[in-house]
Design a protein around this ligand. Structure first.
Ligand code: 1GP
Length: 247
């Protein structure tokens, strides 16, 4: 499956893509599959699987296998390091944390994981990963030099660097569970320079109003994770988010 084309086509056709993030470390593989099924019922477009801590190995494989039993939506790896690769996914966000101080998150984990991606045949989708304040766990683990939330011009500089390095996607990350999502001014400024390159926004998006604000500012794809983990009715929550961001 050409997952990148699938996502881009939805972005063009429906305005904005919705991605559901499942962290294998947060629940059992069976529960993860239940969440994925409910999210698909609610209209999510694809399932991202990954996390910063404890999201690899057998748990990752089993989570993907169970999810694939319950839904046909594409599964996309969102790895915190080289151990976040699994041959059971359809695609991987092959990402470099551009504003990390630690070279292992910029190129070393990528080199360690690349042969496995090559052998397994999963589709790599090149992505510039940029972490903005407050940054959360991923900001700490990734040793990110957090971009101040009120400094869109710094995010623009990193996004342009990623684009000029040939990355197709740019991900502005506020950190899972962030008390404040990426500000619309930053989203708009980054999208303006990206042009046709796709912009993903995530971290702290909890309701329809925030999701809509991000989409209107220029996000091509919206990621939600925590809100799904915490919801007692996943399908209804995803429906609320999806209806707010689609044409
Ligand atoms: C984290 O951006 C994602 O990597 C999702 O964040 O858990 O706050 O939805 P939330």
């Amino acid at each position: 499956m050409q997952v990148e084309k699938y996502l881009n086509d939805i972005a063009e056709r429906e305005g904005t893509v919705h991605l559901t993030l499942i962290d294998p470390a947060s629940q059992t593989p069976e529960q993860a599959a239940e969440i994925a099924f409910a999210a698909a019922q609610g209209g999510t477009d694809a399932i991202m699987v990954g996390g910063s801590t404890g999201a690899g190995g057998v748990l990752l494989d089993q989570t993907l296998l169970q999810i694939k039993e319950r839904t046909d939506k594409p599964t996309i790896l969102f790895p915190g390091n080289a151990s976040g690769v699994s041959r059971h996914a359809d695609a991987i966000f092959f990402m470099s944390l551009l504003n990390s101080r630690d070279i292992s998150f910029i190129t070393t984990n990528q080199a360690m994981g690349a042969p496995l991606v090559y052998k397994s045949g999963i589709e790599p989708i090149s992505m510039a990963y940029i972490i903005v304040e407050p940054g959360g766990t991923v900001g700490w683990v990734g040793d990110a030099k957090l971009i101040p939330k009120h400094k869109p011009e710094i995010a623009v500089a990193y996004a342009l660097a990623g684009k000029f390095l040939g990355m197709h996607y740019t991900y502005l990350e506020a950190g899972s569970g962030a008390d404040e999502p990426i500000r619309p001014e930053m989203i708009a400024a980054v999208k303006h320079v990206l042009g046709d390159n796709k912009l993903i926004v995530g971290g702290g998006i909890r309701d329809a109003a925030i999701a809509k604000r991000c989409a209107l500012a220029g996000a091509d794809m919206i990621v939600t994770g925590t809100v799904v983990e915490k919801s007692s009715n996943v399908t209804a929550k995803i429906e609320e988010l999806v209806s707010a961001i689609k044409n």
